[in-house]
Design a protein around this ligand. Structure first.
Ligand SMILES: [Zn+2]
Length: 1110
């Protein structure tokens, strides 16, 4: 296909990794943003906290950040031939060999392809002439014949591309310890290098107390599921003819439910050809760890000793005692690195909870590192944005670019402009400066914020970003107090808070016109597969009630959003649901080569006004298409139709597309099956992540220009090319969902929960985000689901409360310790009622001349969020191995720089990690062996593309748990407490045969049951008498009236409420065939795809660092 066009659209890869050669950036540039004008002040805003804000330029107290702590480790790597990283010549180079070529921005389209020109909605002119291709069939819908529906492409009888998961007999007999145990095979003598491990706890460290008390989101629970549809019409009744078969949309010959009792959410447990029952790849050889030296100054980590009965974890109630000696190999542990001696994510998480979870985090101090995302804490906005809106990797920025290059710590911020706040934190206040709009700096157009300095008695202010002095117009004038602060400081959010909103004027609207309220258009695939799986019936039933929950402004009685409906297979059906009609009317458009909308009046309607007609339509759709044999679908014309409808209505909006198969029908955007797993680990692997045609690229640009966001719900039974289908969703700030082998009965709950959340969530339409910075740094790179037509404006057809944009900053001048560095993110958007607003987030950071200050004030979770987004973009243009090597290299440089410049002199054999980054190796390893960067044989191309796209807009909490899942010992839960049991490390050797564990990563949710679990616990939870009787196809926990059942179900509900996507529960019994899937998430172990164990990887990192230091 047209790869040429595609490559151009992604921009040319930039040459260097270190140079970050970016094309012309001009921080003064403000194209498209209207000049600021002073407007009248509409009176003080009331009701926010009057709390003192320390002066921005003062240094924070020394208490900020963690103490400088070294973690010396002795890991003597002797002549390692590390299996995963066998190519030592590449790994060990001093600089950055095999550098990953870096794309300048997520989508760097050619400058000049500006969106505004020529992409505005055309006046709708298609009314007058008769529509040749549209048939209007009023009032006969239920009985009518639908024109243009082909009957010669019926589904072939036999499904392909799925089957029962491969069984793995080798893994069922026992649970051999993972990777680490292989180290017992060493034969060469050990090197005698002193070993010492020192971890200094935080000061005042108390006994860890779990503080997980987030309440479940009541709005998401209790969704009434309609009776499972789709089962009344067995497809075999309609004996599809065999002519005209298409290779797509092959309907299965029998229900899949039985075959896939346990379908994971993001991994298609389909066929697993060639997947061995044992872990492939040679065990690591020639690698030894010298364990004989006693550790010094080491505070034992929780979780006890390896292989033995674990030492009690903090806060464990332990009503059921697990069977000890799950791994009966205690004798061998002395010959390898003790996993308990290396930094534990659980320990770090629990320490932070107990140290920082009880006090509110006040944002008044510049450069203060917030608590971890895993800690439940309250935020008080005292002049800087909450970490829920902006989180940084480094809160102390090096003063010079030389220092930044030396340490290689990326300067990055993860911004979530519309983040949902907990109920006890006030949403940003809305400031109305009247007709002339918000107060801004005359030069750089930065918005009024707490960092602006008022001078000359309050008559002028100096910009904190560009230093320009701007006159204060009379209506905004206020006297200063003796400290130079305006007298109305506490009355104005824009003077005293980090986050707030301005009402925007028409100057901020497209074409200087106040926008119309946005619209939602539901576009439903009604081909054979979608009907047969029960999707269409389930969806139409649900929409009848879901439409009552469209987003509404504040206390408005009803939503201002209008809705429209389209169904399609290889033709499109539009529906007139005007309130004056007795019955809905269908119009079929079969000429899909040049898409148009056959009706305007009656297509987008108010739900309440047209409720009767809409309900009638939703009743009829499943009936009309019940007997369809059409398997072919189109996709491009569906988006085009939605886009045209929004253009005609002159509004922004969102398309909800429910789609089942690869669009093979002859139409614009037609695709071919080009899946080829043989490309994995070749230079051509990147092709799998790239779209196969430039068609969707161009369509995405048009959608962004119109403010047309596309949410895509996929229900594939085989390859659908997510990399291509998801592109418009990606560019328009939409969400993608994938339900492989969807069956309404088994997967309906997950789909409906996702749909509910998606329809109801807070969303801004037609958005632009601009990041301004103070002199010395500038935003150079952006990661997320959006589109950029220039180097500064992040354009989002829509942005919802879950979407995150990761920003990277670079030096363009020296920074100053006194002034610090300031960041201002401004998001211009249209609210769900059509109000144009600006949401402003401000953050000030410290600047440092000592690298030690940087390493003391950084955040590894945010660093990982950046690294994974960098890497997942890198696979578009580089082999995955290059991307992995590049990540390892940069991380090794970060740690080597610390070792060289900040740690006290010690033996070269010691691995010394900065306290704030001691989890960098373990988390980095999780990223490296993720499905995108190192797939196992069972991971489909679509799954990889899907995960890649999901990760792109994840926040720090999501990436944290996704890459290092939460593993909770259910058998140790305290039924009398609201707390969760303390998590354990993700390793098989931590599991007890006598225990039950819950594992979640934000997309997947497992309950693993050990075979020796006590019968009364099994009875209490599963309502059966023994392990053998547990039905792993259950899919849900039985509702039993006992404290264990209630507690566990409440834990599941709370965990689900914490995550943006609904997680289907899978029950995995020890030694069951599904256990291999579960083990995939035990991230500290060696992975089936060859990914290193944590212990192995730490040793490898140590070797890398030593190479850099020598
Ligand atoms: Zn300025």
């Amino acid at each position: 296909m047209n790869q040429q066009g595609h490559m151009a659209s992604y921009g040319q890869p930039q040459p260097g990794y270190q140079g970050y050669q970016q094309f012309g950036y001009n921080s003064q540039h403000s194209a498209g943003v209207p000049p600021s004008q002073y407007g009248p002040y509409n009176g003080p805003v009331q009701g926010y906290q009057q709390t003192a804000l320390p002066q921005g330029s003062s240094r924070p107290p020394p208490a900020s950040g963690a103490p400088l702590t070294s973690l010396p480790h002795s890991i003597a790597a002797q002549q390692p031939t590390y299996d995963q990283y066998g190519q030592g010549d590449i790994q060990n180079g001093p600089a950055m060999p095999g550098q990953m070529q870096r794309l300048p921005v997520s989508q760097s389209y050619m400058p000049g392809e500006t969106l505004q020109s020529g992409s505005q909605p055309m006046p709708y002119q298609q009314y007058a002439p008769p529509l040749n291709n549209a048939q209007q069939l009023p009032n006969q819908m239920a009985r009518m014949q639908i024109s243009g529906v082909s009957t010669n492409s019926a589904p072939p009888p036999v499904s392909q591309g799925y089957g029962p998961p491969a069984s793995h007999p080798q893994t069922t007999a026992s649970l051999p310890p993972a990777g680490p145990a292989t180290y017992t095979q060493y034969s060469t003598p050990l090197q005698s290098i002193p070993s010492s491990i020192a971890q200094h706890p935080y000061p005042g460290q108390a006994a860890p107390v779990s503080t997980f008390t987030s309440p479940p989101t009541s709005s998401l629970t209790g969704v009434n599921l309609p009776p499972p549809p789709g089962v009344q019409r067995p497809p075999t009744m309609h004996g599809p003819p065999l002519t005209g078969q298409s290779p797509t949309g092959l309907p299965p010959s029998q229900p899949l439910t039985g075959l896939y009792p346990a379908q994971p959410n993001h991994r298609s447990a389909g066929p697993q050809p060639g997947m061995p029952g044992v872990m492939p790849g040679p065990p690591p050889q020639g690698f030894q760890v010298h364990p004989t030296q006693p550790s010094q100054g080491f505070i034992p980590q929780q979780n006890g000793s390896f292989g033995q009965m674990r030492a009690p974890q903090p806060n464990y109630a332990a009503p059921y005692t697990g069977t000890p000696n799950y791994n009966n190999q205690p004798q061998q542990q002395q010959k390898r690195l003790d996993p308990d001696s290396i930094p534990s994510p659980i320990q770090v998480i629990e320490d932070d909870k107990s140290n920082r979870g009880s006090e509110p985090f006040s944002t008044g101090v510049r450069g203060q590192v917030p608590p971890l995302v895993t800690t439940d804490f309250m935020v008080k906005d005292q002049g800087n944005s909450s970490p829920r809106f902006i989180r940084c990797a480094a809160y102390n920025i090096p003063c010079t670019s030389d220092m930044a290059k030396q340490c290689q710590v990326p300067l990055t911020a993860v911004v979530k402009p519309l983040a949902t706040l907990p109920a006890d934190e006030a949403p940003p206040y809305i400031v109305d400066h009247g007709e002339t709009g918000p107060i801004r700096c005359n030069r750089c157009k930065a918005y009024m914020c707490p960092y602006m300095q008022f001078i000359e008695g309050g008559r002028r202010f100096q910009c904190a970003f560009c230093s320009c002095v701007t006159e204060v117009l009379p209506h905004y004038f206020q006297h200063l107090d003796h400290t130079g602060k305006r007298m109305d400081y506490y009355d104005r959010p824009e003077l005293s808070l980090g986050s707030y909103e301005f009402l925007a004027t028409v100057d901020y609207c497209k074409n200087n016109k106040v926008p119309n309220p946005p619209a939602f258009i539901f576009m439903i695939d009604v081909s054979y597969n979608a009907l047969k799986s029960g999707l269409v019936h389930l969806l139409c039933e649900e929409l009848k009630t879901l439409l009552d929950y469209l987003p509404r402004e504040g206390n408005a009685e009803e939503s201002a959003l209008r809705v429209g409906f389209v169904t399609y297979n290889k033709v499109l059906h539009f529906y007139n649901v005007k309130s004056s009609l007795a019955q809905p009317q269908m119009m079929v458009v079969s000429d899909i080569a040049d898409m148009f909308v056959p009706l305007l009046d009656g297509f987008l309607v108010n739900v309440n006004e047209s409720r009767t007609v809409i309900n009638s339509l939703l009743e009829q759709i499943p009936e009309i298409f019940a007997d369809t044999r059409e398997t072919e679908t189109v996709f491009g014309p569906v988006i085009q139709a939605g886009l045209e409808a929004l253009k005609a209505a002159e509004c922004a909006g969102k398309l909800f597309i429910f789609h089942s198969s690869l669009p093979l029908a002859e139409a614009p955007g037609k695709l071919k099956n080009r899946d080829d797993k043989k490309l994995i680990n070749t230079d051509k692997e990147k092709v799998l992540f790239q779209p196969q045609t430039s068609f969707y690229n161009n369509l995405g640009k048009e959608c962004v220009a119109q403010g047309c966001c596309v949410d895509l719900f996929l229900f594939p039974n085989q390859y659908v090319d997510v990399a291509t289908l998801g592109l418009v969703t990606y560019q328009t700030g939409g969400s993608i969902y994938k339900y492989t082998y969807f069956q309404a009965q088994a997967d309906g709950e997950r789909f409906l929960n996702d749909l509910h959340r998606d329809v109801r969530k807070v969303i801004g339409f037609d958005s632009v985000m601009r990041v301004r910075t103070s002199t010395g740094i500038r935003a150079t790179d952006f990661f997320g689901s959006f589109y950029m037509s220039n180097t500064t404006d992040v354009e989002l057809a829509a942005l919802d409360c879950d979407k995150t944009i990761t920003v990277e900053f670079k030096h363009d001048d020296k920074l100053n310790e006194d002034n610090g560095a300031q960041i201002q993110c401004a998001l211009l958007y249209t609210s769900c009622s059509g109000q144009r607003r600006l949401r402003i987030h401000n953050l000030s950071l410290n600047c440092c001349t000592q690298l030690a200050d940087l390493y003391r004030n950084c955040e590894t979770d945010t660093l990982i969020n950046f690294f994974v987004k960098l890497a997942y973009r890198g696979v578009l243009s580089n082999p995955t191995k290059t991307v992995r090597d590049s990540l390892i290299n940069q991380s090794a440089q970060i740690l080597a720089c610390y070792r060289k410049n900040c740690a006290s002199p010690s033996s070269a054999g010691q691995l010394i990690l900065p306290e704030c980054m001691k989890l960098l190796p373990v988390y980095l390893n999780c990223v490296l062996k993720s499905d995108v960067l190192q797939p196992g044989a069972d991971v489909s191309t679509d799954d990889r593309a899907y995960i890649r796209q999901l990760i792109t807009s994840m926040d720090v909490a999501e990436t944290n748990v996704f890459f290092y899942p939460r593993l909770l010992p259910v058998h140790k839960m305290d039924v009398d407490s609201d707390d969760f049991p303390v998590a354990i490390r993700c390793s098989e050797e931590r599991l007890s045969k006598g225990g039950i564990y819950l594992l979640e990563n934000g997309l997947n949710l497992f309950i693993w049951v050990g075979m020796n679990t006590q019968h009364d616990l099994i009875q209490s939870i599963f309502n059966v008498q023994s392990f053998g009787q547990i039905d792993s196809a259950l899919g849900a926990l039985p509702m039993l009236d006992n404290p264990y059942s209630k507690k566990l179900r409440s834990m599941v509900d709370m965990i689900r409420a914490q995550r943006p996507r609904f997680m289907k529960l899978l029950i995995v019994k020890q030694d069951d065939k599904m256990e291999l899937l579960f083990k995939h998430f035990l991230m500290e172990d060696k992975s089936v795809s060859g990914g290193a164990s944590y212990v192995d990887f730490l040793c490898h990192m140590h070797k890398e660092i030593r190479q850099l230091l020598s």
